[in-house]
Design a protein around this ligand. Structure first.
Ligand code: GCO
Length: 429
């Protein structure tokens, strides 16, 4: 199997998940809360902030040619309108390190975490966020734009409405349970309801203390339709601002996309889901320079909505189906409607057994190669993730990495899968 010359083969990370001590961010604040929904706090994470040289060197030695990472807004602008030159210098060193190691940096301006102050000012439902995000992006490109070409404005811009849909489903299920128990054994119903209500009240009070609002509009939270479009406008404003500084910049955003399949009778649901996940964004992204595809698995739709993983099929640590074929399907479906260059900005698997990761990568890349040889303009593939890292609310238990990290010593151990992926870049497969 081989890819055309210049095809990027790399790995991805996000600042908050690997750097450590992202103390001015909303995530950090949420992790420290008494009524936190996080399994554990991010703490030093993988200490990538201090160890990026080693990590980039390991990538380069294995043969990888691209590194997708994010710049942390909360570090660059720790207080509204106050930029921190020291942090710009930090990312300058990271970018230079990539260049020195023959690695093409793919920069993400926003990967889930936001400055805490932004959330206190209304977060991702507030109109003013559009301009604030664009101003931060402009500043970064003014300072560092000479060192990178590819930039993703916002990671998984569709996360908010996906969460809104899941929350609605969950509430419906809870309500059904409650009615049942209220109708039958009221005591049980009350016992179930009270601690939940109590907890929600306590969370709201704590949010009030930390963010000055009982319902902070963080990025990874249920989004309204207006909020969903606001994110699109933030993308467009940031793109315009960055291109004013550096017209040659290649700008795109990324979406979280499932390979949506239908069983008989589920066709309508599948179409509805695809529209919500992808199609309705087209007017805002069609003239971008590229689009970032992020796929991990498939969703099978029945007449009533998504179905469980088919009996007997392998699942990953995340609980979803091990389904590397999904990437090829998604690339083809995206390309039909969005014929611009594509970069696979995330694709990967959380598995304890590294041989399953190798099998996943091999099958996923085979699919990408078929797309490329059919003339679909896929420019690169970034595996998620370079390191075993902080998987948000699930903490450090999910092992997506090509490199294992001993969190007590921060020692790195490259896995066989790192070498395997690198061989594609070296054309040695
Ligand atoms: C994402 C996330 C990553 C996750 C990964 C695994 O963009 O969804 O970018 O931060 O860690 O998807 O769940």
């Amino acid at each position: 199997m081989s890819f055309p010359k210049g095809f990027m083969i790399g790995a991805a990370t996000a600042a908050h998940q690997v750097e450590g001590n992202n103390t001015n961010s909303d995530y950090w604040a949420q992790e420290q809360m008494e009524f936190s929904s996080f399994a554990e706090p991010s703490g030093d994470a993988c200490d990538h902030y201090n160890r990026y040289e080693e990590d980039i060197r390991l990538m380069s030695e294995a043969g990888l040619t691209a590194y997708r990472f994010s710049i942390e807004w909360a570090r660059i602008e720790p207080k509204p309108g106050v930029y921190d030159e020291k942090e710009i210098e930090h990312y300058r060193k990271v970018l230079l390190c990539c260049r020195e190691n023959g690695i093409e940096p793919i920069v993400t301006m926003h990967h889930f975490s936001s400055p805490k102050w932004l959330i206190a000012e209304g977060g991702w439902e507030a109109e003013a966020t559009v301009g604030k995000f664009a101003a931060y992006c402009r500043y970064v490109v003014e300072k560092l734009g000479d060192l990178f070409t590819y930039v993703c404005t916002i990671n998984e811009a569709n996360m908010g409405i996906q969460i809104a849909a899941i929350s609605k489903m969950y509430m419906k299920m809870m309500q059904q349970k409650c009615t049942e128990s209220v109708e039958g054994r009221v005591q049980v119903g009350l016992n179930l309801e009270n601690p939940l209500m109590e907890r929600m009240k306590k969370q709201a009070a704590e949010n009030m203390k930390v963010f000055g609002t009982p319902q902070p509009q963080v990025f990874v939270g249920p989004r309204t339709e207006e909020g969903d479009l606001l994110v699109m406008r933030a993308h467009q404003a940031a793109k315009k601002a960055m291109k004013e500084v550096k017209p040659g910049l290649q700008v795109g955003l990324t979406l979280s996309l499932h390979d949506i399949q239908a069983v008989e009778g589920g066709e309508q649901e599948a179409l509805r889901e695809w529209d919500e996940e992808f199609l309705h964004y087209l007017p805002y992204i069609s003239d971008d320079d590229f689009f970032g595809v992020q796929n991990y698995s498939r969703t099978i739709m029945g007449p009533e909505g998504s179905l469980p993983v088919p009996e007997g099929n392998e699942t990953t640590q995340m609980g979803y189906e091990f389904y590397p074929k999904g990437l090829e399907h998604v690339i083809r479906t995206v390309h039909e409607k969005l014929p611009i260059p594509l970069i696979v900005t995330e694709n990967g698997v959380a598995a304890a057994d590294d041989s399953r990761r190798i099998a996943y990568i091999e099958e996923a890349l085979r699919g990408v190669e078929r797309c490329v040889s059919d003339g679909i303009p896929v420019k690169g593939y970034c595996y998620w993730s370079l390191l075993d890292n902080f998987e948000w609310q699930k903490g450090f238990s999910m092992t997506f990495g090509l490199i294992a990290v001993n969190r007590a010593t921060q020692e790195r151990t490259p896995k066989e899968s790192l070498r395997f992926l690198g061989n594609y870049a070296k054309n040695e497969v």
